[in-house]
Design a binder for this molecule. Structure first.
Ligand code: BGC
Length: 250
């Protein structure tokens, strides 16, 4: 593909799939349908890099890559691994991915990336105050923004709820499927989680992202918090878009 500095490959690494597309970072639009490759169980960083390479090749892309990773990522170094192989902890993903892929790769927390897209191009655009993106998938990710500025690496999916359980172990989409919960039952759990989040952080807006954002109609009637809550307009593509746009800032 022809090199255009406004067109950057964004990648979203999830517990079940690695997805990517080329993003126009000025409009925040994906140029193509995303390409998805399943995440191998306990994938090591080298394997993940290989898959990113396959996605780049699929789009015939050479250039800077932005990547959302489901972990705390400080200055490109992976610090946690709740839903991805533990061997990744301590890896300097910026360095390793850049070396393997022979291009500059910048890695960020996946929910931070999704939130970045939402506050720049989606439902969070122009909102003053505290905006909280919650991505519901294999885990629960959080991206916190104050007047549009990211507070990186919050991990609100890992708060201990008042029932003693970790938020994402109680109310993620993985838990819904794994425990075969009805949308009603899961909606009640998610509402409990949101109620606690609201109590602790009192955001002005909560945006729901991740795969579950497409299915909000199934559980919206179970949500009764005071905070305004909306699905991400960019739905499940926010992670890809945000990763590409964040990479352009590095
Ligand atoms: C991880 C977060 C990530 C979230 C969503 C959690 O288990 O700790 O870093 O953002 O899953 O993928």
């Amino acid at each position: 593909m022809e090199n255009n500095i406004n067109h950057i490959l964004g990648i979203d690494i999830g517990g079940s799939g690695i997805k990517g597309s080329i993003v126009d970072i000025q409009s925040g639009k994906m140029l193509f349908e995303r390409h998805r490759i399943p995440t191998p169980p306990n994938a090591k960083s080298e394997k993940i890099a290989e898959i990113i390479g396959e996605i780049a090749q699929f789009f015939d892309y050479q250039g800077v890559i932005g990547c959302g990773f489901p972990a705390v990522v400080q200055n490109g170094v992976i610090k946690t691994a709740a839903n991805i192989g533990k061997s990744n902890i301590g890896t300097n993903a910026n360095k390793l991915f850049s070396e393997i892929l022979n291009t500059k790769v910048s890695v960020f927390n996946d929910a931070d990336a999704a939130g970045y897209a939402a506050v720049n191009f989606g439902v969070g655009k122009g909102i003053k105050g505290t905006v909280l993106m919650l991505t519901i998938g294999t885990g629960i990710g959080s991206g916190l923004f104050i007047d549009g500025k990211l507070v990186p690496n919050t991990e609100f999916g890992h708060i201990y709820m008042q029932n003693g359980l970790i938020g994402e172990k109680y109310a993620s989409d993985f838990v819904r499927k794994n425990e075969d919960l009805s949308w009603e039952k899961w909606g009640e759990r998610f509402n409990e989680y949101l109620t606690y989040i609201e109590k602790l952080f009192n955001p002005d807006l909560i945006i729901i992202g991740g795969g579950t954002s497409k299915k909000i109609a199934n559980f919206q009637h179970k949500i009764n918090i005071k905070t305004k809550i909306v699905p991400a307009k960019l739905l499940n593509n926010a992670g890809i878009i945000g990763a590409a746009c964040l990479a352009a800032t590095k």
